[in-house]
Design a protein around this ligand. Sequence first.
Ligand SMILES: *Cc1c(COP(=O)(O)O)cnc(C)c1O
Length: 221
Amino acid sequence: MSITSNLLTIKQTLPEDVTLVAVSKTKPIPDLMQAYDAGQRIFGENKILEMTDKWETMPKDIQWHMIGHVQTNKVKFMAPYVQLVHGVDSLKLLEEINKQAAKNNRVIDCLLQMYIANEETKFGLDQSELMQIINHIHAHPNQLQHIRIVGLMGMATFTKDETQIKKEFTNLKSIFDSLKQQPTTHNLQPSILSMGMSGDYQLAIQCGSTMVRIGSSIFSE
Ligand SMILES: *Cc1c(COP(=O)(O)O)cnc(C)c1O
């Protein structure tokens, strides 16, 4: 199977209101260009420097999503161009993204990453940490003018147990729904629920995902 046909096959199975992020981490630019030529414009990377190299070389109508764990000291490299940061897991990181976005005269969209899995290796906030950030946003309406929280992201446990995965995605969806009940502000406008990868995106969509991050099903044969 080619990248082009993998991509088109996946796109056909996605509902129209679900956004596809083509996860191209570690893949060479010619592979990304095949997906680009097949119409893909949203790419996800998990290392800021690799994403920046690709951004510099590739067509400028691509939207770059940072899907990995973000190191505070590298935010400045992506601040001029990044479209959406999926993995925000602290107020400190949000403040650094805000600072670098301000320097570039931009507002950067962010997803807060929630910890929903049963694995210690995964990153993310628990519900009380999420509420601390949301309360901070509401309490300080004049701070953080250069970020916008547009939703949540999460990763399910790496398992074949579909019941377990469904439970985790359903949990994330209910956190997302309660976040949407919060008063919105200029920098809190949740509409995106980023969940689902190659192995579990169909389940994620059943559970209410609006954005799937798919890598290996597109880029490896
Ligand atoms: C690598 C990665 C993906 C894509 O995983 P595949 O199983 O290759 O589809 C999605 N989300 C994150 C955060 C990743 O690091």
